[in-house]
Design a protein around this ligand. Structure first.
Ligand SMILES: [Zn+2]
Length: 93
């Protein structure tokens, strides 16, 4: 299977268009849980973010995540996303 082009996605924060593999998927599971999906394969509706806190903050401020996922984020879910993104940032590749 030849891959001609890497799939592109738009970051919900900065609106930059990047390769899907360079972005973090945020998923709303069928149970209504919003979380970072580091495998990119979790079931549910997804949106994408650059792997950096600043894009998460922008997306939260502008409502990009809530809009793409059709959810209202609770402060608890917001905090959880922040922690997940922070952990990802701190993780050394
Ligand atoms: Zn971004």
């Amino acid at each position: 299977m030849a891959e001609r082009k890497a799939p592109l996605r738009t970051c919900a924060g900065c609106r930059g268009v990047k390769e899907k593999s360079g972005l973090i998927r945020i998923v709303r599971t069928p149970e209504g849980v919003v979380r970072a999906d580091f495998t990119g394969r979790a079931a549910g509706r997804g949106t994408y973010l650059c792997p950096q806190i600043s894009c998460l903050e922008t997306a939260l401020k502008k409502g990009g995540i809530a809009r793409s996922l059709h959810v209202t984020l609770t402060s608890e879910q917001t905090e959880k996303l922040r922690r997940e993104l922070q952990e990802f940032e701190e993780r050394d590749p």
